[in-house]
Design a protein around this ligand. Structure first.
Ligand SMILES: [Zn+2]
Length: 439
């Protein structure tokens, strides 16, 4: 380290190198009196302050967060930015919820100004929750995705987004056609994929709202642009699974509908996957496609309890996500809290360290970005969050009784939410500060 442009952040620092359920204490690094060194938006070093001080030039800029916990920014692998106002809508399960609440809300994103305002609001909510990257659905309207990426570009956040493709079983005002969905998606890929920190995901909403002809166009995009992502939904709700069966009688099962169109691979993220059969699980494992676990949404919409134990046994990759607006919170802490309860109902434990691993490096791995974000590996983009062990009176009380790191993390997950996020940094710049001033 030669230049004085670096900044040192002092705090308790935790990040993961691997899955703690498999590698135990070798899977993470925790520095009680730690230092994270950032220069030009990337991590240049992390370690104990005593070790780091030896390699630092004098008079280096230091930001003191001692008493707080710095971890890599949270990554949310499934969320809908146009559904912010749909959160907390009463009394429906998936298919009615889409028709009664979601489609009318998404219609408004035809208006670019409306979309831009909502994109700004949405990204502010992510940052105040400590989420620095997300895999995001737009609406069917091309301009909704332009509005989103323009807002993300202004914040320099690493985001993945896509225009929803849907050409049936929905009101005309949120439908495209196979050809326009291809043309619009292609134009968006050419404009945004790899533009700064923005990345594109081909986004058929789900099998129910796409014809075979449209799924063929989605497959064509994935073939023509092999480094874009593919995001969609699968097996969230039993009525949905039954309807897919009647719409695609020639497919072996729900996953096969996507598979037949070349949409199942390492860069494919399928939200929910609660009611998958054995063949589908095996196919997930074989292809490296991943399931995105959305506990607050699954509970809120009464969709079911994802069995992550089975996913582990079958070696199916999975990540964790909010699924706002079916989900009820932007906070990944709250999401991990609800994931713990879902695991409890399934008779198994989701450990605190595994939980934080999932929300950071684990999620980065499922979207093939673990060499860029998700940990403090040297050279990674410096997206991080400063968490407060004393964000509420009950959090303070509980933390004072905790003896181990795992206990402290567990209390943070169960009692924490956006109030526990003191600050959020994007590529080394503070983009959210709870208390209004930088310390
Ligand atoms: Zn969703």
């Amino acid at each position: 380290m030669k230049t004085p442009s670096a900044t040192v952040y002092r705090a308790n620092i935790l990040h993961f190198l691997d899955d703690p359920d498999i590698h135990g204490e070798d899977a993470y690094q925790f520095f009680e009196d730690g230092a994270l060194v950032v220069e030009e938006g990337v991590v240049v070093a992390v370690g104990n302050i005593d070790d780091i001080e030896r390699i630092l030039p004098e008079n280096i800029n230091t930001i003191d967060y001692r008493g707080y916990l710095i971890i890599p920014g949270f990554i949310d692998t499934h969320i809908h930015y146009p559904q912010v106002e749909v959160m907390a809508s009463y009394g429906a399960q998936l298919l009615d919820w889409l028709n009664n609440y979601t489609f009318p809300a998404e219609r408004q994103f035809e208006d670019k100004t409306y979309a831009s305002n909502m994109a700004e609001f949405f990204l502010d909510q992510l940052l105040r929750s400590g989420t620095t990257s997300a895999l995001v659905f737009g609406t069917v309207h091309k301009q909704s995705v332009d509005a989103f990426f323009e807002a993300s570009e202004r914040r320099n956040t690493r985001m993945i987004c896509g225009k929803v493709m849907m050409d049936r079983n929905a009101p005309d005002y949120v439908c495209d056609t196979p050809q326009t969905s291809y043309d619009d998606s292609r134009a968006l890929i050419e404009r945004w994929h790899g533009n700064g920190r923005q990345l594109y995901a081909v986004t058929p909403r789900f099998a129910i709202t796409s014809t075979q002809a449209q799924l063929e166009q989605a497959g064509r995009l994935v073939r023509e642009f092999p480094d874009v992502y593919m995001q969609t939904h699968i097996s969230e709700n039993k009525d949905e699974v039954a309807l897919v069966k009647t719409l695609f009688p020639d497919s072996k099962d729900y996953l096969d509908v996507y598979d037949q169109h070349g949409l199942v691979g390492k860069r494919s993220v399928f939200a929910h996957g609660i009611h998958l059969n054995e063949r589908e699980l095996a196919r997930f494992s074989e292809t490296g496609a991943s399931v995105s676990f959305c506990p607050t949404s699954n509970l809120f919409l009464g969709s079911g309890l994802l069995d992550i134990d089975t996913l582990e046994k079958e070696q199916v990759a999975y990540s964790i996500a909010t699924d706002v607006g079916g989900g009820t919170s932007f906070s990944m802490l709250t999401t991990l809290h609800e994931a713990y309860k879902v695991a409890q109902l399934g008779g198994h434990k989701l450990s605190p360290l595994k939980s934080l691993y999932l929300a950071t490096l684990g999620n980065a791995k499922t979207i093939q970005l673990d060499d860029t974000i998700g940990s403090f590996r040297t050279g990674n983009e410096a997206d991080f969050v400063v968490l407060d062990f004393n964000s509420t009176p009950i959090m303070s009380l509980k933390q004072s009784k905790c003896k181990t790191l795992a206990e402290k993390i567990f209390a943070m997950i169960i009692l924490g939410d956006d109030r526990a996020v003191k600050a959020t940094y994007i590529a080394g710049d503070c983009k959210h500060n709870r208390d209004g001033v930088r310390t």
